[in-house]
Design a protein around this ligand. Sequence first.
Ligand code: CTP
Length: 148
Amino acid sequence: MSEKKYHVGYTCGVFDLFHVGHLNLLERCKEMCDVLIVGVCDDEYVRVVKHKDPVIPEEDRARILRALKCVDDAQIVDIETTNDKMIALERFKFDVLFSGDDWKGSERYLKTEAQFAELGACIEYLPYTHGISTSGIRQQLSDDEAKA
Ligand code: CTP
């Protein structure tokens, strides 16, 4: 019998230029569930929503995530599935969605919490690791290039 709080957990993100902030998040997720599924935002999402080209293509980002001890499966997800967590719930049938605590209390997430509750799923908010991000790494690389 598992002692974890949840059976199937889900989280989703771009995970470009994989870094320790990503790892902290995924390890925290896995501490709370038996099976962790990661939704990997597709390249189109990065271009359309984040207005930049991903450095690492979607298939490679998914492979890197699948190779981690704390990740049980990683699947590429499109813009619709990223934006509408009900579509993600339908596809992955998780018990809990892990999300960054910056979304807590937002109108969009309060609505999702209510929709999830009717289906027996919930949302856990996890802390963001300050001081590291994919955009920060990209910025540092371009600053270094400008100096060289
Ligand atoms: N994340 C985190 N701590 C960080 C960076 C990311 O907890 N320092 C989490 C995000 O909250 C999200 C997941 O990791 O749940 C994937 O985030 P992603 O957008 O890929 O990472 P960032 O490094 O924040 O990317 P960007 O700078 O492009 O926003």
